[in-house]
Design a protein around this ligand. Structure first.
Ligand SMILES: Nc1ncnc2c1ncn2[C@@H]1O[C@H](COP(=O)(O)OP(=O)(O)OP(=O)(O)O)[C@@H](O)[C@H]1O
Length: 634
């Protein structure tokens, strides 16, 4: 798609890369006030943000040097949005678009300004990030913390606090009091003890992301210079998947941007709220509309799914929100046969064979690749992968468990890591015959890391020369993919030395902290080695690294925001949904998310060996209500 580098008059601006936007979407794109956009799956919410970025940057409505900040929940959502903006905007413009996760944003604030926190709340600069679980809190609350002073309460008071309440309500439930809690309750006393131990008592400070979020909010509350710097930097703020916002994140945004001229656009879908277990607010949209005067703007189209799938989706949507309006599908159905069915298998082995054969046949019929399909599971992806993988391999389709881990990193996350992306881009450039596309990617990425702007021609030419020389050196040293972990790691280190480790850390501060860069590089080396098995050549090894020819298997949570021609949901049974009755709404929302990833077809599989289907009978009756049929396959 052609991208513009010159300034466009707002009246002349047209959506980039799509034929049209629906009327409300266009209103939001051009809006000068705070907006909350609630719309169903496939309505183009992420696309709307990409178009709005294009509009603001190309028309100068977000005037240089001010920038747009886009906050997403997941790394791949942030990367995906940044990629859409890069496709739609000239690099001079896209350079003013910062897309990151909430966690990365909060952490960057602590890394930049954290040492200005008052002593009682100040983490040491080399703090470590931890991911505590219920057991850690239980141990702390009922053992490590000891007995509160008599003026505060008793050990029995602490025992009366539920573990979940401790983290959610007490530790990070509300903004931190600058001088600590005066007259603390036993719970507040314990929370303060945990804060002080975490910040000051170990060899290093140890903090969870929710704690980092709370410290960032405090930091900006008490440090007007840092707050003003952010307000001046960002003329516009976008928040994607806003339904999953936690109180911590919301408070941070409120402290920074409430009452400022920064224009906020929050988009999301209440029916896809699947992060309540991770402290998502009950109704962040209403809070936003009331605090920020957000003007609610619905969208009505569905650009992803066929009319038949949209019809079924609407039955599910109504179970989550009785007032849901039926969306209009803007996509044609292209498959023969059922758009949705339940396949009831005699054994998991038969299931694996039949699914593999089905995907292989569909790939042929519709000229699709393995990445047009996804195998979704509710949990325990590795268990399903163990049965499905051999069957798919026999059908000639590699299967990849994206939820699996390599070293200390989840595969899906590794691939979204900047360090991994850079290494692969440089290896592609060095080892591919016609490497044109990779040239541009590498040159742009390196220029960004070195602060060379697109119009500095001499510096750009020097960079191209360096890249060229390095690519030749790299292929000379490694004519074939690595055969040992040591060689794989040395390739990573060599490329990192060329890119400039310090430069990478300067641009991505997360790498400078807690040994994260080395964990990523180690995982990348392990994954490269595994991808190089069988004496294959570089292009094949890099394809395997990126999973280009593999069908992905992932959990529903990881599928959020993604889309596929066909979704195969494996295991619609009580075993996988054992906690269904604990939070039926959230579980149904998860089911809805899984269903709505499909453009053309959704298959559910069931196998009595894995469990009954009584607990999740409501899901089956919803499908039945929508006319979805079950077929027995023995
Ligand atoms: N105006 C449009 N015209 C054509 N295609 C569009 C338009 N808007 C979005 N799309 C396409 O429709 C699909 C869904 O868009 P997008 O991912 O932005 O939806 P979403 O609302 O964020 O979905 P979800 O909440 O389900 O993740 C994408 O393939 C996108 O490219």
């Amino acid at each position: 798609m052609a991208v513009l580098s010159r300034r466009v008059r707002p009246d002349d601006w047209k959506p980039v890369g799509v034929d049209a936007l629906e009327a409300n979407a266009l209103k939001v794109v051009r809006s000068a006030n705070n907006r909350s956009v609630i719309a169903g799956p496939g309505a183009g919410k992420t696309e709307l943000l990409a178009q709005r970025a294009a509009y603001l940057l190309q028309t100068g409505t977000a005037p240089a040097p001010r920038r747009i900040l886009a906050i997403s929940f997941k790394r791949d959502a942030a990367t995906n949005l940044a990629a859409r903006v890069r496709q739609r905007c000239h690099r001079n413009h896209a350079g003013r678009f910062d897309s990151m996760t909430f966690d990365a944003f909060a952490k960057s604030l602590i890394d930049r300004f954290g040492q200005a926190l008052p002593e009682r709340w100040r983490p040491r600069p080399d703090y470590e990030i931890i991911f505590p679980n219920d057991r850690d809190y239980r141990d702390f609350l009922y053992q490590t913390v000891g007995t509160p002073p008599a003026s505060v309460g008793t050990y029995a008071d602490l025992q009366a606090i539920a573990v979940k309440t401790f983290e959610r309500r007490l530790l990070v439930g509300s903004p931190l009091p600058l001088g600590g809690w005066s007259n603390p309750t036993p719970g507040q006393w314990a929370a303060d003890r945990l804060w002080q131990t975490s910040l000051h008592e170990g060899k290093k400070s140890v903090l969870s992301f929710p704690m980092i979020g709370r410290l960032a909010e405090l930091l900006l509350r008490v440090n007007p210079m840092a707050r003003d710097a952010l307000r001046l930097t960002y003329s516009h703020l976008f928040m994607d998947e806003f339904q999953d916002t936690t109180q911590i994140q919301y408070d941070l945004v409120r402290t920074i941007f409430l009452g400022t001229d920064t224009v906020i656009t929050a988009v999301g879908d209440n029916k896809q709220q699947i992060m309540r277990w991770a402290m998502a607010m009950d109704d962040p949209f209403t809070a936003f509309d009331s605090d920020f005067g957000g003007k609610r703007t619905p969208l009505y189209n569905n650009y992803r799914s066929s009319p038949e799938l949209v019809r079924i989706q609407h039955v599910l949507a109504q179970a989550l929100d009785a007032r849901a309006v039926a969306p209009v599908s803007k996509t044609a159905g292209t498959i023969a046969g059922d758009s949705c069915a339940i396949w009831d298998f005699s054994t998991p082995e038969v299931e694996a064979d039949r699914l593999a054969a089905f995907v292989a046949a569909e790939m042929k019929t519709h000229k699709l690749g393995p990445r047009d399909f996804v195998l979704l599971v509710r949990q325990k992806a590795a268990d399903y992968a163990a049965v499905l993988e051999p069957a798919f391999a026999t059908a000639g389709i590699p299967l990849r468990n994206e939820a699996g881990t390599v070293g200390a990193v989840m595969l899906q996350e590794l691939l979204a890591e900047e360090a991994s992306e850079l290494v692969v881009a440089i290896l592609r450039l060095a080892t591919t015959k016609r490497a044109g596309r990779y040239w541009t990617d590498c040159q742009e990425a390196l220029a960004a890391l070195r602060g060379v702007s697109p119009d500095e021609e001499a510096a750009q030419a020097r960079l191209a020369g360096e890249l060229d020389a390095y690519a030749i050196k790299l292929t000379a040293a490694h004519s074939s993919p690595p055969k040992s972990k040591a060689v794989a790691r040395s390739i990573m280190d060599d490329i990192l030395a060329f890119i400039g480790r310090e430069r990478l850390i300067a641009v991505h501060p997360a790498y400078g902290q807690g040994g994260w860069l080395d964990k990523v590089l180690d995982a990348a080396a392990l994954h490269l080695l595994a991808s190089s098995a069988g004496g294959i050549d570089w292009p094949s090894a890099l394809d395997a690294y990126e999973g280009v020819h593999a069908i992905p298997l992932m959990t529903i949570h990881k599928s959020k925001g993604l889309e596929y021609h066909s979704v195969i949901f494996v295991g619609l049974d009580d075993g996988a949904w054992w906690s269904f009755s604990n939070d039926q709404i959230e579980a149904t929302a998860g089911f809805f998310v899984a269903f709505t990833r499909a453009k053309q077809r959704v298959l559910f599989t069931y196998c009595a060996r894995r469990g009954t289907r009584t607990k999740i009978a409501t899901l089956y009756s919803l499908l039945e209500k929508a006319g979805v049929q079950t077929f027995s396959i023995t």
